[in-house]
Design a protein around this ligand. Structure first.
Ligand SMILES: NC(=O)c1ccc[n+]([C@@H]2O[C@H](COP(=O)([O-])OP(=O)(O)OC[C@H]3O[C@@H](n4cnc5c(N)ncnc54)[C@H](O)[C@@H]3O)[C@@H](O)[C@H]2O)c1
Length: 301
């Protein structure tokens, strides 16, 4: 699968592919240019991964996609605003603050946050009853589920509307009855990733051994459950944000390694074809990178 990590681009493409006029916002014209490249990669992924879908079929999404770096322009006529800015609580709160006075009264806002609770963001939207979480899983065209999670102040109408919209864009809604950090997906996955990272940071085993064992015990031949393959797939921006917010010194050390030895050098995982592994043009792992094999002084957490 070729790169399409950025969730905002994937979601926008998905909605547009199903015929809904979609405006995407990003912070700069340069970021929008990057998004355009991602849309092309996503169209290729649709043709490659979805039976019966040609590249021309997938490209029909472009008829419904508009890009802008003007935030107010992006949201002012929207019925549904799907927020997918980086996983930083203050940034999400600030983004809602910027849009809240420019929306149609009936507009609903959802967050694609992977780990944050909607109740920590709801008041910043100025319309807490019209706000909840809508968590897509990476590679949304093949993992076509969306976790729908209300906070205690979400209205029943909002919840119903958001759940009903999912099948209209080809997604299966997963209903969470109450708030849970990490929802279902990351409640299951994050401890697995954290434990894998800890084994490496503590110097217990190499990445090769950790990922190798994960592939055996999950019987996943393509190593898709290997923690470090998963970090590459999720993208280091999200992983670094997640680990750096933990008070645990081992998590902090992992976040530091991600930042200094990978992110600062432009290595972000599958997206840049280099993270813990090298990837070919098709997104197949071709071997561990030198940075993944680096040794560190014993870490005393
Ligand atoms: N990566 C995953 O596997 C995954 C899966 C599900 C949900 N999510 C969630 O989706 C959200 C985005 O994650 P991602 O992996 O797409 O991250 P990303 O870093 O790939 O994309 C973030 C986007 O936000 C833009 N951005 C940066 N600063 C901004 C700002 N100040 N205001 C507005 N936009 C800004 C960036 O230009 C980029 O387009 C996060 O909440 C994350 O938890 C990620």
């Amino acid at each position: 699968m070729r790169d399409s990590t950025n969730l905002g681009a994937q979601i926008a493409f998905r909605v547009a592919y199903h015929g809904f006029d979609t405006t995407t916002y990003d912070i700069s014209d340069e970021a929008l240019k990057g998004a355009r490249g991602r849309f092309e990669a996503i169209a290729e992924n649709y043709a490659k991964d979805l039976p019966g879908v040609s590249k021309e079929d997938a490209r029909k999404a472009f008829d419904h996609l508009t890009q802008t770096s003007d935030l107010v322009e992006a949201v002012k006529d929207a019925d549904l605003i799907i927020e997918a800015v980086p996983e930083i609580l203050a940034l999400k709160q600030e983004t809602y603050g910027k849009i809240k006075d420019h929306l149609k009264p009936e507009a609903i806002i959802v967050s694609n946050s992977s780990t944050l609770l909607p109740s920590d963001m709801a008041e910043y939207t100025g319309r807490p009853e019209k706000f909840m979480s809508y968590h897509f899983a990476n590679a949304i065209h093949v993992m076509n589920i969306v976790e729908t999670m209300p906070h205690p102040g979400t209205s029943a109408e909002t919840r119903a509307a958001v759940i009903e919209f999912a099948p209209q864009m080809g997604m299966v809604p997963v209903i969470l009855e109450k708030e849970q950090p990490g929802y279902i997906i990351n409640s299951l996955l994050v401890p697995w990733l954290v434990n894998g990272a800890q084994l490496w940071v503590k110097g217990v085993a190499t990445i090769e051994s950790i990922d190798g064992i994960a592939a055996v015990i999950t019987q996943s031949n393509n190593a898709s459950f290997a923690p470090f393959r998963m970090f590459d797939f999720v993208g280091f921006g999200v992983a670094q944000a997640l680990f750096s917010q933990s008070p645990d010194p081992i998590a902090q050390e992992f976040a530091r390694r991600l930042k200094e030895d990978f992110i600062d050098k432009g290595k972000l995982g599958v997206e840049t074809r280099e993270g813990f592994y090298h990837y070919d043009e098709q997104g197949n792992a071709t071997g561990l990178t030198a940075a993944a094999k680096a040794t560190y002084p014993d870490f005393e957490g």
